[in-house]
Design a binder for this molecule. Structure first.
Ligand SMILES: Nc1nc2c(c(=O)[nH]1)N[C@H]1C(S)=C(S)[C@@H](COP(=O)(O)OP(=O)(O)OC[C@H]3O[C@@H](n4cnc5c(=O)[nH]c(N)nc54)[C@H](O)[C@@H]3O)O[C@H]1N2
Ligand SMILES: Nc1nc2c(c(=O)[nH]1)N[C@H]1C(S)=C(S)[C@@H](COP(=O)(O)OP(=O)(O)OC[C@H]3O[C@@H](n4cnc5c(=O)[nH]c(N)nc54)[C@H](O)[C@@H]3O)O[C@H]1N2
Ligand code: SF4
Ligand SMILES: [Mo]
Length: 880
């Protein structure tokens, strides 16, 4: 970056997505004029950024930004209703909010439904708000718009259980063969995006092969060596078949890994439960002396085959059951479900197994490690379905079968292990063994204390039902969906009196709009901090506060959710801060500041500071940063956080100058699996009891849950799209994300909007050319896409070869109707209208909703309404 004498460079973090890469901002006479990646920081593209980062300049100076607090003067609420905003002062805005919060906290704090979105690149504000602030206020109710329920419920659950991590990525530094089931890792989306992209590009140059199963040849398929078109929600059929071929036909599996690092040798009784010793610990059969032993004592040679009798009970290792169970999943059967030719499934399975190099080793920095250069990964595309948990676990089963977990070249959860920084030892966490020898994390960012075990299901008290469906990491389509009010009423869960939070557009990002609208209209008071108006603020907020954007924000703990943005593989540990490139314009005030201000004024700052001192993992080396009997400014808190983590000399001033701090990662941190005595699950014993308990809680209330999926062995469960009864619905509709957009937050940014105007991937319905022709449709025709309930959206088609002939697809986040986003309105279509959110349409284990829909399409006129989001047809029960 060339800088003149009158200019300065500010080192900070990009806030355009949750990867939050290190950037440098050039500031001329107090005006931010250019952005580039920070070449010295490992946190990001080492100089590069993605296209979105640059457009942050336009967000900073956008004339449509919210610059002053406003209040609603129109008592009517609803999508598309004019709120008739009236500008007010901060004193009045804060006064109203403080009074409301005080009253609720005094009577019943659970009547506050706290909300936020994770998509804004303000991760600390998200986690602190949802975690420490909400807890200190005292409400057990929160919601995160479409987050989790579209993308991460199944993935984070599975990655937590099996990798003590939020997500998994291939170890691109050593991987040779990667199979992707619906993820854009390193090609446009996902965690640590640009950093992963950089290492993936190097791997491609080195010759790594990537096979992408995907219904469309967009970024994931387009950047792969091989794109294999498949139907949405059917990855499970392919992965189960690959597993069957590996273990039953070819015997390609890492027996030593399975014995030592998974529950494959645990002995299973005829009722499906573990055989346990007197202390309740699961047991294995030691072939060395032919005796059953608890996992807690050394077992020299755990049996992986055979049948044994212990205390009069016939038991078999879980691996025997798994092997037998998988036999039913043949390539021909997988083809009948997914349309992927049997020979292709067979070939990919074989290539995966052969590249796994089972038994091979590599020495890195003097440490010899197993070398398994293959990985199978997925994210929202794969597991965003009503069979999501089984999808995640069966994709990951492939990694476990060949021993490719947290070893060079394999699938690595990030960041499951950190030894702490060399100065103070802070920033430290570990994967450790807990109940039944299964792995858990000492740094887990959800409501659960760790990644395992999952609490017993309870009659729910929370609006989002994660205390009933306790595997759900905490985000669900409750209380927005059609069944919510009924279920809440049956369990005596009181509706909220107020909603407060920031940066979420839940009115349109959750699922179909009809029931979300109904719920949001029923909430008496809603206040939020935003940078732009959107469908949620205009339709439902009574009070909107002007937030700063990332370029105006100070937050030294912005990198506190390492699972979203930390350096992957062996790349250096790096901790950057977010700091203002320019002072906040107009009357914008940072949400981080607002949280502190409200805690002080409402009177729970002591609880808030206590929670902040605890934080996740061992974030602090010495004494906690905050004296809970003091009152601090946000700036003082930012300074204290840094000194407590990185030593007195690394105070706020030091970080303002340097932007980030880094230190080398050790081989044993990244490739921790061989060094830690923990096990992952290839057999889910706990699901038997969870299923029974959920049935006992829900059955008497007349609430139907698809309990068949509560089974310890991974199996094929057709997603809702495959259970749809209406034969007229001949196409699968699904959505994808694109590197140029972040959720629905960027479609109104001028540069991004201009690209979208020229790029068919952004505003069109993508359809296979032959399919369109067979329906008498041609490029640029207008059509309605309609789901089983008669909800429909109008879209313009773009025909191409690179989409499965039985599918249509749209970008997510387009089709805005908000007045506050003039460049985004009337562009593209709002895909979510087509998604139902009820229990029929969600994974009964993780609560991930079904993100694909069976639809029909038919010709429309350009002048027809953009959508008709209310159901015209009754609800059918899809659970049998
Ligand atoms: N640029 C950008 N980056 C982002 C985001 C963004 O909006 N834009 N959002 C962030 C968030 S919140 C998330 S959750 C992540 C999401 O990150 P990803 O999950 O990586 O991204 P998606 O594009 O949602 O889905 C990945 C792929 O799955 C495919 N797909 C859809 N259904 C199926 C299916 O059933 N099977 C298979 N095999 N493939 C399927 C899609 O076509 C797409 O190519 O990205 C994060 N990063
Ligand atoms: N239509 C649609 N539906 C989706 C998705 C999608 O991309 N589009 N993705 C699915 C997934 S995977 C997820 S995680 C969820 C996401 O659900 P949401 O979080 O509701 O997604 P966004 O549409 O990105 O909305 C984010 C809002 O935050 C605002 N914002 C951005 N930066 C800041 C900031 O610094 N401060 C404040 N106060 N506001 C800010 C944006 O202007 C935008 O209004 O939605 C799910 N559903
Ligand atoms: S990946 Fe995300 S954080 Fe990184 S440069 Fe792009 S938008 Fe910014
Ligand atoms: Mo997401």
């Amino acid at each position: 970056m060339v800088v003149t004498a009158t200019e300065k460079v500010v080192r900070t973090m990009c806030g355009m997505c949750y990867a939050m890469c290190s950037i440098r901002v050039r500031v001329q006479d107090g005006i931010a004029v250019a952005i580039e990646g920070d070449p010295e920081s490992t946190y990001g593209g080492r100089g590069g950024t993605c296209g979105k980062a640059i457009s942050a300049l336009q967000i900073l100076y956008d004339p449509n930004r919210i610059n002053y607090p406003v209040k609603r003067t129109n008592p009517e609420k609803g999508l598309g209703v004019d709120p008739k905003w009236q500008r007010i002062g901060w004193d009045e805005a804060l006064g109203t909010l403080i009074e409301k919060l005080k009253a609720i906290r005094k009577t019943d704090p659970n009547k506050l439904l706290y909300f936020n979105g994770p998509n804004n690149g303000r991760i600390a504000a998200t986690t602190v708000g949802l975690g420490q602030w909400r807890q200190a206020f005292g409400t057990r109710n929160w919601t995160e718009a479409g987050a989790g329920l579209h993308c991460g419920d199944a993935s984070h659950l599975g990655a937590g259980m099996n990798h003590a991590a939020w997500s998994i990525a291939p170890d691109f530094q050593y991987c040779k063969y990667l199979v992707v089931f619906g993820a854009g890792k390193g090609v446009g989306t996902g965690h640590s995006m640009v950093m992963v992209g950089r290492t993936r590009a190097d791997a491609a140059y080195r010759g790594m092969k990537v096979v992408s199963f995907d219904p469309i040849c967009h970024a994931s398929g387009g950047k792969a060596t091989e794109w294999i078109p498949t139907l949405p929600g059917t990855d499970l059929a392919i992965t189960l078949t690959m597993a069957n071929l590996l273990v039953n036909e070819w015997g390609i599996y890492d027996k030593e890994y399975l014995k030592q690092k998974t529950n494959a040798p645990y002995l299973i009784k005829p009722d499906g439960h573990y055989l346990r010793d007197e202390a309740g610990e699961p047991m294995m059969w030691d072939l060395a002396d032919n005796t059953p032993k608890s996992w807690k004592v050394p077992v020299t040679d755990p049996a992986m085959a055979g049948e044994f009798e212990v205390r009069g009970v016939r038991v078999r290792p879980a691996f025997v059951l798994l092997k037998e169970h998988l036999k039913q999943y043949t390539p021909e059967w997988a083809e009948s479900i997914s349309t992927v030719p049997a020979g292709t499934v067979r070939r990919v399975a074989r290539e995966f197994g052969e590249n796994a190099n089972i038994g091979g080793c590599i020495t890195i920095d003097g440490v010899t490690l197993p070398y398994r250069p293959v990985a199978a990964i997925q994210f929202r595309g794969g597991s965003g379905h009503s069979n999501g948990f089984h999808v995640y676990m069966s994709v990951d089963l492939l990694n476990h079968l060949v021993g490719a977990c947290e070893v060079p070249g394999g699938a690595t959860g990030w960041p499951a292990r950190s030894f702490g920084n060399p100065w103070t030892g802070a920033w430290k966490w570990d994967p450790i063994a807990t109940k039944d020898g299964h792995v858990t994390s000492t740094n887990w960012p959800t409501w659960m204390p760790g990644t395992w075990p999952h609490p017993e299901p309870q009659p729910p008290k929370t609006m989002y039902l994660a205390d009933l469906f306790t595997c759900c990491p905490g985000f669900s389509s409750f209380p927005y969906n059609e069944q919510s009010a009924e279920i809440m009423q049956k369990f005596g869960i009181e509706p909220p009196e107020a909603m407060f939070g920031f940066a979420s557009n839940m009115a349109i990002t959750t699922h179909e709009l009809e029931n979300t609208e109904k719920f949001l209209k029923s909430v008496p008071f809603m206040a939020g901090s935003y940078i732009f108006h959107n469908e949620t603020t205009e339709g439902f907020c009574d009070l909107v506060l002007p937030d700063t954007c990332a370029l105006e924000t100070l937050c030294t703990i912005a990198a506190d959710m390492p699972c979203m943005c930390d350096p992957v593989g062996l790349l250096d540990h790096t901790f950057p801060i977010m700091q203002p490139a320019v002072q906040p314009l107009y009357e914008r005030r940072a949400y981080e500041w607002l949280l502190n201000e409200l805690a002080i004024k409402v009177g729970f700052n002591k609880e808030y500071y206590t929670n902040l001192n605890r934080a996740n993992g061992t974030m602090y080396g010495g004494p906690p940063p905050l004296d809970v009997n003091q009152v601090y400014t946000w700036e003082e808190m930012c300074d204290r956080f840094m000194r407590a983590r990185f030593g007195e000399e690394h105070n706020l001033e030091w970080f303002k100058e340097h932007g980030f701090i880094k230190w080398p990662k050790k081989v044993e941190e990244t490739y921790w699996r061989p060094f830690v005595n923990v096990r992952s699950s290839v057999y889910m014993e706990f699901l038997i009891d969870h299923g029974r308990e959920i049935g006992e809680i829900c059955g008497p209330k007349g609430i139907k849950v698809d309990l068949k999926q509560y089974t310890p062995l991974l199996g094929w469960f057709p997603p809702a799209t495959h259970r749809e009864k209406d034969q007229e619905l001949d196409l699968f509709a699904f959505s994808y994300k694109d590197v140029m957009h972040q959720g629905g937050g960027t479609h109104g940014v001028p540069w991004s909007a201009e690209i979208s105007d020229r790029n068919p991937w952004h505003n069109f319905l993508m359809i296979n050319r032959q399919t369109a022709e067979a329906k008498g449709l041609k490029d640029l025709d207008w059509v309605y896409v309609e789901n089983a309930r008669g909800r429909k959206v109008k879209a313009r088609i773009h025909t191409m070869e690179g989409v499965h002939p039985q599918c249509v697809a749209m970008i997510v986040g387009a089709g805005h109707i908000s007045k506050g986003l003039p460049l985004a309105t009337k562009k593209g279509a709002l895909f979510n209208v087509l998604l139902e959110g009820d229990l029929d349409h969600c994974c009964p284990i993780s609560l991930n909703i079904e993100t694909a829909a069976k639809v029909k399409i038919y010709k429309a006129n350009e002048s027809d309404p953009a959508m008709s989001y209310k159901a015209t047809k009754p609800r059918f029960d899809l659970i049998d």
